[in-house]
Design a protein around this ligand. Structure first.
Ligand code: HEC
Length: 130
């Protein structure tokens, strides 16, 4: 009996702790997934710096524009790209598959390489706070 009670109490404590982390998390699930994969700190300033960096004439802003809250224009096709700022485009960053697909494609096109987990976490933190 005693051990059953102890287990119950332990389960309650664990549940309470879990509840807390979810409540403190952001609305972007992918950020939580990055944390689960070992990213314990994200840095908005670093994300911003990478976003605005230009390598061989290419940067994230080549297509997404200088203002993340404004509409972008694809550098090659000229197609309109909806704003990246989560405050203006609340539907963004909700689909992990879409996110990873575009991170892969865009980091390669822009930087000539994949972005690391840390870079993606920093970029996403910055974008989600715009
Ligand atoms: C050559 C043009 C181009 C460049 C350069 C570019 N992107 Fe994109 N990006 C796109 C297009 C097109 C989409 C998909 C359309 C959309 O989501 O509106 C997209 C989508 C994304 C998404 C998915 C957003 C979501 O809704 O989930 C992320 C994240 C992203 N880009 C990040 C970046 C980052 C970081 C860089 C710089 C390393 C970058 N992009 C550079 C064209 C570009």
């Amino acid at each position: 009996m005693k051990s059953k009670l102890a287990k119950f109490v332990l389960a309650m404590i664990l549940l309470a702790a879990l509840g807390n982390t979810t409540a403190a998390g952001t609305q972007v699930t992918q950020l939580q997934l990055y944390r689960d994969q070992g990213i314990d700190q994200t840095d908005q300033a670093r994300g911003r710096q990478l976003w605005y960096s230009v390598v061989d004439g290419r940067g994230c802003t080549s297509c997404h524009g200088n203002n993340p809250a404004a509409t972008g224009k694809h550098a090659k096709t000229g197609k309109t790209i909806e704003p990246m700022a989560l405050s203006v485009s609340p539907a963004r960053y909700q689909d992990g598959k879409k996110l990873e697909k575009w991170f892969l494609r865009n980091c390669k096109w822009t930087l000539g390489r994949q972005c690391s987990l840390q870079e993606k976490a920093d970029l996403l933190t910055w974008l989600a706070n715009q």
